[in-house]
Design a protein around this ligand. Sequence first.
Ligand code: FES
Length: 106
Amino acid sequence: MPWFSVCDVKEIPEGSFKTFTLLGKKVAVFLRKGELYAISVMCRHQGADLSRGARQGDIFTCPRHHWQYNLYTGECLSNASLSLPKYPVRVKDARIEVELGGQIYD
Ligand code: FES
């Protein structure tokens, strides 16, 4: 699976995130304590965009039916068997790149 160039590193300030649609999947790239990470923001219940939900620290609440997720670990607090996939992320030539790998679910 190829790496997707998503944005310049300067576009995501510390403590914030940006969302992207890659191969039809909504993915957020966060910068947290100097570490970049990429994670799916598609709710495992019915696919709502979790980045549009309420946020308290690392916990995001789905805007549709209020399932809660830790968007740092991917853990679903409402259903422990349904976590969110995280993706490899790297910086190359000052660009952030994300690789979806084999962790795509439908
Ligand atoms: S779509 Fe997220 S809780 Fe239903």
